[in-house]
Write a protein that binds this ligand. Structure first.
Ligand code: PMP
Length: 375
């Protein structure tokens, strides 16, 4: 036997397709249709031009300047681009750099988080439909899972998740807003959930899409020491190609994740990504504006499809999850692909009628609407 036995537990994550045979409009991977701000290009250019030998040296292993820049951005935004001015000021404490841990995309950060906090002696509680990398990491780290079905309304079944977590004294993880449904629990609802969840186990909220919603759970960190919030630069900060993700949590928990990182890869965030990330945080108002445009297009396509008889779930993200009675999800996907637009269709039983459409620019969405008119 050449292969390790543990490989049998691996069922790799399948990302949205990235075909090279033709140029498609990509509305299939929840990427941001707008490029990063100009300051990012300048920062990268300057970093290389100033001293090219920087690329021959190892970067800061802990991304300290970047952690500082992220903390500043969060303190100014309150953790959500879409926050009202009052809500922004409402952050009840100052986020310090020692509450931030950075990694090579939030997928990697999640991997460190799974290794740091979840054991194989009890199931990790999560919704049945949520970010599909969580079950993959459970296989990778041999962590049993308890996948709780969503309610008929496609919302999280919070009571059932709590019941399961309290049965085995388990940790909980979910995305908020959730993927692929796009539905968000309010911060107050998450707080009520943490109150009733096991206190000696970690409670993870993955906020990959929070900047397109109404609020973040970051303010809850003041009260709950077992809360870990996972965030990404890939969506609202237009950095999917750069690979940057981070967690916000108490300094003690962050220190434990550093132990895992330093036992696996000392330098997960390269020199250029650190420089680019800092420039992005310092100029977040550009991305804030883009997030507003994405939200406006999301509301527009939701209305458009509903007027044509589609079922569209209310989304707080940069994508919608929608279906049309009598039309197969895969047929919608194929018809749209023929027109040069990629959207996502899942073969998973229970959601196979749906398509997930990432929100593009107005021009891209207008084209999509004209194609969907025919479906
Ligand atoms: N969490 C959720 C809920 C996601 O949808 C994604 C993107 N697929 C990620 C995390 C990972 O994002 P990234 O690795 O690009 O930071």
């Amino acid at each position: 036997m050449l292969l390790a036995k543990r490989l049998e537990n691996l069922h790799p994550y399948v990302p949205g397709e990235q075909p090279k045979d033709r140029v498609y409009i990509k509305l299939n991977a929840n990427e941001n249709p707008y490029p990063p701000c100009k300051a990012v290009a300048k920062a990268v250019k300057k970093a290389v031009a100033k001293n090219i030998s920087n690329l021959g040296l190892y970067p800061d292993p802990d991304s300290n300047d970047l952690r500082f820049a992220i903390a500043e951005m969060l303190n100014e935004t309150g953790g959500c681009f879409n926050n009202s001015k009052e809500a922004k000021k409402a952050l009840p404490f100052t986020i310090t750099p020692d509450m931030i841990f950075c990694g090579n995309g939030s997928d990697e950060v999640l991997s460190f988080v799974f290794y740091t906090f979840f054991d194989s002696d009890r199931p990790l509680v999560m919704p049945e439909f949520t970010y599909s990398f969580y079950p993959v990491y459970c296989g990778y780290y041999n962590i049993p899972m308890c996948q709780v079905p969503l309610k008929e309304t496609w919302e999280l079944d919070v009571d059932k998740m709590l019941e399961e977590a309290n049965k085995n004294d388990s940790a909980i993880i979910f995305a908020n807003p959730n993927a692929p449904t796009g539905i968000a629990l309010k911060r107050a609802e998450v707080a009520a959930m943490i109150e009733k969840a096991p206190k000696d186990k970690i409670f993870i909220v993955d906020e990959a899409y929070a900047d397109f919603g109404d609020e973040s759970c970051i303010p809850l960190l003041e009260k709950y020491d077992n809360l870990v919030i996972v965030r990404t630069f890939s969506k609202s900060l237009s950095f999917a190609g750069m690979r940057l993700g981070y967690i916000v949590a108490s300094p003690d928990l962050v220190r434990s994740v550093f132990t895992v990182k330093n036992s696996f890869n000392h330098f997960p965030v390269d020199f250029l990504a650190q420089k680019a990330g800092i420039a992005s945080c310092e100029n977040y108002d550009y991305c804030e504006e883009n997030a507003r445009k994405v939200v406006a297009e999301r509301e527009s396509i939701t209305k458009f499809l509903r007027e044509r008889g589609w079922f569209v779930i209310d989304s707080k993200t940069n994508f919608i999850f929608a279906k049309k009675d009598g039309v197969k999800g895969t047929d919608i996907y194929q018809a749209v692909k023929k027109a040069g637009i990629l959207i996502r269709h899942f073969a998973t039983p229970g959601i196979e009628e749906f398509v997930r459409i990432s929100i593009g620019t107005k021009k891209q969405m207008d084209l999509l609407k004209s194609v969907l008119e025919e479906v």
